[in-house]
Design a protein around this ligand. Structure first.
Ligand SMILES: [Zn+2]
Length: 256
């Protein structure tokens, strides 16, 4: 089967600093599309905040395009919604572009952050809520007919941090994590971690965040960075027992 992957995120760098290696692998296996809600103009990492919002937005847009090339995305769309203000928007401002993207791209799988927001950023949590609404609406033939024919996404995966990994950060930083037992899939991505690092480099204004994390974790960074974990949010779980090797395993029959 050739999987079609749609990634829905709030900010430039979420796709890389989150499931970057998974997306790099999926980008090699089939068509992949990225929809990013903002241009990241509220970024505060390193010198970001001093650059000025409109200039920073332009730089981060270019960084996102470069990173997306490395991760193998076939298309990238930026909605240009207000960074750090997504929760204040009318839900349809986000849901409608998501429904349109789902119906036009027809993904088997959709990736976003866990509803806990990972870094706890409110934009992340808002996007995850809107993804859930959009996936349901995209499959509903009575909803928004003008946005295209209904499409049923096979699975929605939430990129998640297991408690055991979050614990390695000790007091360095607080990540929203989930019990290890709640994780359905952990993928060994050592074969794609170099692409993830290259995409981090492309996010030049933000990469200090990852570099500092790597400094803190030392040799634990490889494990943190090359193994990515997911919780199934919507759709049928993979039919096989035990360890699951891919996010689209068993979806062949459901593919449309
Ligand atoms: Zn973010």
């Amino acid at each position: 089967m050739i999987p079609r992957t749609l990634a829905l995120f709030a900010h430039p760098d979420d796709e890389t600093f989150g499931p970057g290696a998974t997306l790099a692998a999926l980008g090699e296996h089939g068509p992949s599309a990225l929809l990013c809600c903002t241009r990241g103009e509220a970024g505060s990492i390193d010198q970001s905040a001093k650059i000025g919002k409109s200039k920073l937005a332009k730089i981060r847009e270019e960084e996102l395009l470069a990173a997306s090339d490395i991760l193998g995305f076939d298309s990238v769309e930026i909605l240009n919604l207000p960074d750090s203000g997504l929760r204040w928007l009318d839900p349809e401002t986000i849901v409608l572009p998501f429904v349109r993207a789902i119906r036009s791209f027809k993904p088997h799988i959709v990736l976003t952050f866990h509803e806990n927001g990972i870094s706890r950023h409110r934009d992340h949590r808002t996007v995850t809520r809107r993804v859930g609404e959009a996936v349901t609406l995209a499959a509903d033939g009575n909803a928004f007919a003008y946005l295209g024919k209904p499409h049923q996404v096979g699975r929605v995966w939430w990129y998640s941090i297991p408690d055991s990994k979050a614990a390695q950060f000790e007091n360095y930083r607080s990540l929203a994590s989930v019990p290890d037992a709640d994780i359905q899939v952990t993928i060994d991505l050592r074969s794609h971690v170099q692409k993830k690092w290259a995409a981090v480099d492309a996010h030049a204004t933000q990469k200090l965040f990852v570099e500092n994390m790597a400094k803190f974790l030392g040799e634990r960074m490889e494990n943190y960075w090359a193994f990515e974990s997911f919780v199934l949010a919507q759709g049928e779980p993979p039919s096989t027992d035990g360890r699951v090797e891919s996010l689209y395993e068993g979806l062949e029959e459901a593919a449309t």
